[in-house]
Design a protein around this ligand. Structure first.
Ligand code: HEC
Ligand code: HEC
Length: 206
């Protein structure tokens, strides 16, 4: 089962790599003024702590999300109307712009025990619950995998991360369909407490 998953994943990635054209950060910057109202001038200091940092996120991941937000496959009420009329090239340029900005470095606020639990899940997963180790896809430093389009989690707002893990677990976020539902699989085994601890840990991981 796991092997079949991996073969599908590799086939998907090779398919996705073909025809990936890089965007133009300068053209993206010109479009980003409206985004700054919520995501911050530097893409990393949103006006609400539950809004995601975009700075330093990889271009492939950002482009895919923007396409899904535009088509409402990923429904974000606050972003309604923001992407209307934009071409794929516009979305690619926005993705390139945010990918070119320096990522935020944050800090974990939890106690040692919570950090130790999260670190163990991040590095080794939870075998008895079938939770896969995060590090294999999101890298040991949380930087993700830009070639594969696996997102960086490093320094991300903990409230945002917790909300996403919960949304995957409840099946509300299904943007991982192209990856065989891998994040829904991972999140299925996580309790609320584990999600909060992981989200806090990731805010400080770099
Ligand atoms: C009115 C506020 C608002 C504006 C304006 C806005 N966003 Fe967002 N954006 C959000 C919120 C809130 C989320 C997270 C929603 C959630 O919890 O899933 C989000 C999520 C995103 C994500 C997904 C991040 C990830 O890690 O998956 C991207 C990419 C994004 N926004 C890009 C943009 C761009 C580009 C613009 C400008 C064209 C923009 N946003 C304008 C509020 C806004
Ligand atoms: C097999 C690979 C894989 C593993 C293992 C994995 N992830 Fe992911 N993760 C992904 C992919 C691919 C995405 C993007 C999916 C999408 O487009 O929704 C993602 C997305 C995410 C997001 C959303 C990021 C954002 O900006 O919205 C979070 C948070 C996350 N993963 C946390 C974790 C945590 C915590 C673990 C370990 C408990 C983990 N992941 C394990 C591949 C993986």
């Amino acid at each position: 089962m796991v092997q079949i998953r991996f073969l599908i994943l590799i086939a998907t990635l090779i398919h996705a790599t073909v025809g990936f054209a890089a965007g133009d950060p300068e053209a993206g910057k010109a479009q980003s003024i409206v985004c700054a109202a919520c995501h911050g001038q530097d893409g990393a200091s949103g006006i609400d702590p539950s809004y995601p940092n975009l700075a330093g996120q990889n271009e492939r991941y950002l482009f895919r999300q923007l396409q899904m937000i535009q088509s409402n496959q990923r429904a974000i009420l606050l972003m309604t109307g923001q992407l209307i009329g934009k071409s794929d090239q516009d979305l690619q340029d926005l993705a390139a712009y945010y990918a070119s900005l320096p990522g935020k470095i944050g800090q974990a606020e939890g106690d040692n025990r919570s950090i130790a639990t999260s670190e163990s899940i991040y590095r080794s997963g939870i075998l008895r619950k079938g939770v896969a180790a995060c590090t294999s896809c999101h890298s040991p430093t949380g930087g993700g995998n830009s070639l594969a389009g696996f997102p960086s989690l490093s320094g991300q707002s903990s409230r945002y991360t917790a909300a996403q893990l919960t949304a995957y677990r409840e099946g509300v976020r299904a943007t991982d369909e192209v990856y065989g539902g891998m994040m829904r699989d991972v999140a299925e085994g996580l309790t609320d407490t584990e999600i909060l601890a992981l989200a806090d840990y990731l805010q400080g991981l770099h």
